[in-house]
Design a protein around this ligand. Structure first.
Ligand SMILES: [Zn+2]
Length: 232
């Protein structure tokens, strides 16, 4: 049995067989125009618009900064939607993913649609390095879609709780366990609410359990249990 050598002329990659060549072409970005690079500041504009669209009425702070070798975008807000629902939106504007199983990142190009939403366009993935992120390449989803490379690899999110919000969650959760709610303090640094560790209500009843349960409910994580089903 002979192995013919096939070459993808667009990039010079050689494969041992036709099936391998076809598999390569499906994910090879070479026969496609170069993506348009959007700076972190330009990307941040799209992130702001997406947050406004998805969470109308919620105030977000979106800041970008550039440093040697990279850029970052930070999203901050108080109360409002959970971090997970916000991450699901902002991650559509991140230029890379990190594969923790092999400590390797892979970049993504995106299709930017006229309404400001995105669709994944292509990524080399990490599977060829034994990671778990697959390579992919998708067709233009809209005649006016632009192929772009976003200026920040990662977009971080930081949700703070106001003292009032934390108090109201603490009240409901504590009532469920027939306890007095733990005392909420206010940070001098940024005004965020937190639980005072020394309150009598906290030390009387499984201190960690109760305050952690309240945090889980406030964060909207599954560990909040049945109380988390109530709407916050
Ligand atoms: Zn190729």
């Amino acid at each position: 049995m002979t192995h013919a050598l096939y070459t993808h002329k667009a990039c010079g990659t050689r494969t041992a067989g036709l099936a391998e060549l076809e598999a390569h072409i499906r994910v090879c970005p070479a026969d496609r125009p170069q993506p348009e690079y959007l700076s972190a500041a330009e990307t941040a504009k799209y992130v702001r618009a997406a947050l406004k669209r998805e969470f109308p009425g919620v105030k977000f702070s979106v800041t970008s900064k550039t440093f040697s070798g990279g850029a970052s975008i930070d999203v901050r807000w108080v109360d409002g939607p959970t971090a997970k629902t916000v991450d699901d939106v902002i991650n559509r504007y991140a230029g890379a993913s990190f594969d923790g199983s092999i400590d390797m990142e892979t970049c993504h190009d995106h299709w930017l649609l006229p309404d400001g939403t995105t669709k994944p366009a292509s990524s080399p993935g990490t599977e060829r390095s034994k990671g778990y992120l697959p390579a992919y390449k998708t067709g233009k989803p809209h005649p006016e879609a632009r192929l772009v490379s976003f200026g920040a690899k990662y977009i971080s999110s930081d949700r703070k709780f106001s003292p009032d919000f934390l108090r109201s969650v603490a009240e409901v959760v504590s009532k469920r366990y027939r306890q007095d709610p733990p005392e909420v303090g206010v940070s001098d640094y940024d005004g965020r609410g937190y639980f005072k560790e020394e309150g009598p209500a906290v030390t009387d009843f499984y201190p960690r359990f109760l305050s952690q349960r309240i945090y889980h409910v406030a964060c909207g994580t599954p560990e909040g249990g049945e109380v988390a089903d109530e709407r916050w």
